[in-house]
Write a protein that binds this ligand. Structure first.
Ligand SMILES: Cc1cc2nc3c(=O)[nH]c(=O)nc-3n(C[C@H](O)[C@H](O)[C@H](O)COP(=O)(O)O)c2cc1C
Length: 324
């Protein structure tokens, strides 16, 4: 028997049973995860970049056409394929676009004209205000400790601040792995929890045995923030491969950080490299270096997505009724 539904503005907006998002993850998310999340009563999302070239992206969307709700993540900044990805997504009327990095104004305008909702990833109030002014239908508050490129504001500060800005739903991202995190997120005003790392340790993620092992074995202290992997500060598991590559900024990184023009050139180069490089060429990347959030310490088992959702929701209900 499945756990009782939890109703929030997010579940109302997308017709979900539970306010849980299986977050988009570069090189990890796949259509199987998205379908499993929907079947479990949650919602899944994947980065358009995970299905390259564009014909594969269109085919992935086609595969999901019977999925009640799902999201597609688009990188805005320095993305030469943005228009093509957006047009493909809108042509298939995806239920939700999640915009990351960069000014979402044009994407929101175009998506709204096609009747598609857009949520924006934000790490601070400044970005949140801009996204809301641009018409975002909701925000993803990426707090410190999140897997991938998290922010540096604690969830306990970020969520109340962002929920005070508007009535639009705010999702809590960063180190949530269970029902305790979900309950805390809703208590802080979030309309849902946006989980990445917990879902890497899912059967459907089909990551390498090394990645599964790293997630199961790591604790919060094993997570380091470094820009050395792809040029943007991100949270990764401190594995031998990462240490060998180096975690401190290189002389080149320090030079780039000081020079705005050089910074945008390098950012453009890096996005293009991410777009066109084949996985085999990614010697240092998510293939050999593992992104994860600080919540990793509480993940002890690879489970199916349905089990993760059910366990999280059951724990939420039990805890909500028995808080000290
Ligand atoms: C391996 C990995 C890859 C990620 N890739 C993306 C991405 O391509 N686009 C994006 O918007 N967020 C990305 N994220 C961030 C997640 O969408 C989400 O915000 C984050 O995982 C939440 O924190 P948690 O991992 O602590 O649950 C990634 C996270 C991880 C762990």
């Amino acid at each position: 028997m499945s756990a009782a539904a939890i109703n929030t503005p997010l579940t109302a907006m997308f017709g979900l049973r539970y306010p849980l998002v299986c977050a988009p993850m570069f090189l990890v998310s796949n259509t199987r995860m998205v379908q499993a999340a929907a079947a479990a009563g949650a919602v899944g999302a994947f980065p358009a970049l995970n299905y390259r070239p564009l014909t594969r992206f269109a085919a992935a969307l086609q595969e999901l056409k019977h999925c009640s709700a799902f999201g597609v993540n688009l990188i805005i900044k320095n993305n030469p394929q943005l228009d093509a990805q957006l047009n493909t997504a809108l042509a298939q009327r995806v239920p939700l676009i999640i915009a990351s990095l960069g000014n979402p104004t044009a994407v929101i305008k175009k998506a709204h004209a096609a009747g598609v909702r857009v949520f924006c990833d934000v790490i601070n109030l400044h970005h949140a205000r801009k996204a809301l002014d641009a018409g975002a239908d909701g925000l993803v508050a990426v707090a410190s400790g999140a897997g991938g490129h998290g922010g540096n504001i604690a969830a306990f500060a970020l969520l109340p601040a962002l929920t005070a800005l508007s009535d639009r739903p705010v999702l809590a991202a960063g180190s949530i792995i269970d029902g305790r995190g979900l309950l805390a997120a809703l208590a802080l005003g979030a309309a849902g929890a946006y989980l990445g790392t917990r879902f890497i340790a899912s059967v459907e993620a089909e990551v390498s045995a090394d990645y599964y092992r790293a997630i199961i074995n790591a604790s919060a202290e094993d997570i380091v923030t470094t820009a050395r992997v792809d040029g943007y500060p991100g949270n990764f598991i401190k594995t031998a491969a990462l240490l060998e590559h180096g975690i401190e900024p290189s002389w080149f990184d320090l030079l780039v950080a000081k020079n705005k023009k050089l910074r945008s050139l390098v950012a453009l180069y890096r996005t293009r490299r991410a777009l066109y490089a084949q996985p085999a060429a990614k010697k240092i990347s998510y293939q050999t270096v593992f992104a994860a959030g600080q919540g990793v310490g509480g993940i002890t088992k690879v489970l199916s997505i349905n089990e993760i959702v059910q366990n999280t929701v059951a724990e939420y209900h039990a805890l909500k009724n028995n808080l000290p």
